[in-house]
Design a protein around this ligand. Structure first.
Ligand code: HEM
Length: 313
């Protein structure tokens, strides 16, 4: 290939890498904001996270964005490998005098290596969360939460609750699992209500006749919260999942991966603007500063989530 053709093809690759890279930075912000909800404790925090997960997998606009994300990851990685290969071929022997640290940072010289490590992280991460949530043959546990406080006790002295299992809308009722979908079981509700009426006639009860007409009860929330908490948490019984005995290993690997991501972004963020031809004596230093802040804050915030879950769950 002639030198000018090579140059043109590497410029095109850099351009696409810059566009996909910046798009992936916006994905990181969105993903981080969603995941920060894992810091919220209690039943409300769990519900908020699972509602968010439900929204993310059912909103058509978000679904399109997800496909753009997958394609961007693929394009970014393929172009990155091709560019690294092209550069290596163009300069197969190192210069006799080669002191790269004099005019480039370690991060900028190691982008392909850092990128490969991030790709491995993304593949294992998606296998552990995304695949389990969407495609795994083992059905995802569904979110169960209490709607009413304990109202009464049955003959065995056990507390009775009126609960919803995995409902998309927190309305009263008992929902039973049928395959991966949930259906409102009015018979079970009636049985519970009759029992409550018998033991506690003063208790205010929901109107069962209206429950049949709640269409949102067709599909439940997948319990993404418990999936995540039991992946990084180590010392409590998690509903529906076994606690992860390798939680500490997971937390360490996630933290190391976020350090790698930080180095990749340290150079990559501002380099993307350069590849798009945005060079300006005043704004370039500003973009560089912003990129470095992004490279520290975003991976650190991501890493804080597994560490927090490990220490508290
Ligand atoms: C360390 C904290 C993180 C946690 C707790 C976390 C959690 C999750 C969860 C629960 C999902 C599944 C969502 C679903 O399928 O509905 C997911 C998907 C995903 N995560 Fe993460 N994540 C973290 C960090 C990251 C990082 C740093 C990256 C990228 C470098 C990343 C890339 C992805 C991708 C690409 C998906 C698929 C998104 C989609 O389907 O639209 N995650 N993550």
């Amino acid at each position: 290939m002639s030198k000018s053709v090579l140059l043109k093809s590497s410029l095109a690759k850099k351009y696409w890498m810059a566009l996909t890279g910046l798009f992936l930075c916006t994905f990181l912000i969105g993903h981080l904001l969603g995941n920060l909800q894992l810091f919220a404790g209690g039943e409300e925090g769990k519900r908020a996270f699972n509602e968010y997960g439900y929204f993310m997998s059912h909103n058509i606009f978000i679904k399109i964005l997800s496909y753009v994300t997958y394609i961007s990851i693929l394009f970014h990685a393929i172009d990155g490998f091709a560019l690294a290969y092209q550069n290596k071929k163009a300069r197969p022997v190192n210069y006799a005098y080669n002191k790269p640290s004099a005019n480039s940072s370690w991060a900028s010289r190691s982008m392909a290596l850092l990128g490969s490590a991030i790709l491995i992280f993304i593949c294992t991460h998606m296998a552990n969360f995304w695949w389990k949530a969407k495609y795994s043959s083992t059905p995802m546990p569904l979110h169960t939460y209490m709607v009413y406080p304990p109202m009464t006790q049955n003959a065995e002295g056990e507390e009775m609750y009126l609960t919803i299992k995995g409902s998309a809308v927190p309305k009263s009722g008992v929902v039973v699992k049928n395959g991966t979908h949930l259906f409102l079981d009015t018979k079970a509700i009636e049985e519970q209500i009759n029992e409550i009426k018998r033991t506690n006639p003063m208790q205010e009860l929901p109107d069962v006749s209206k429950m049949n007409s709640i269409p949102e009860l067709g599909e439940g929330y997948k319990d993404l919260h418990s999936l995540t908490v039991s992946f990084f948490g180590h010392n409590k019984e998690k509903e529906g999942f076994r606690a992860n005995e390798y939680a500490l290993v997971a937390v360490i690997l996630y933290t190391l991966s976020m350090i790698v991501l930080g180095f990749h972004l340290w150079h990559g963020f501002s380099s993307a603007f350069q590849s798009l031809g945005m060079r300006h004596p005043k704004y370039t230093p500003l973009i560089k500063g912003l990129g470095r802040a992004f490279a520290v804050v975003v991976p650190a915030a991501f890493a804080s989530i597994p560490i927090f879950l490990y220490l508290t769950k």
